[in-house]
Write a new protein. Structure first.
Length: 81
């Protein structure tokens, strides 16, 4: 898979999210910034993102996805890269 394909899957499942993906074809890292994460626990945020790529994970097309989630306020705050 290409990084942009992974990003598009996440954007489709989490509309209006800011998504940055890097990776090597099967292992990816994603940073997702969205208001939808407000009030959600870290595990619920992870599950929400994983739901967007579950078909690709199940098929083996996407082997691993490391996820970082932020709300817009967290992303804009001090110390966040």
């Amino acid at each position: 898979m290409e990084t942009e394909a992974v990003a598009q899957l996440i954007r489709a499942g989490i509309p209006n999210a800011e998504v940055q993906v890097s990776g090597d074809g099967s292992h990816f890292e994603a940073l997702i910034v969205s208001e939808v994460f407000e009030g959600l626990t870290p595990i619920k945020r992870q599950r929400l993102v994983m739901e967007t790529v579950k078909t690709q994970i199940a098929s083996g097309e996407l082997h691993a996805l490391s996820i970082k989630t932020r709300t817009p306020a967290q992303h804009a705050g001090p110390g966040v890269c």
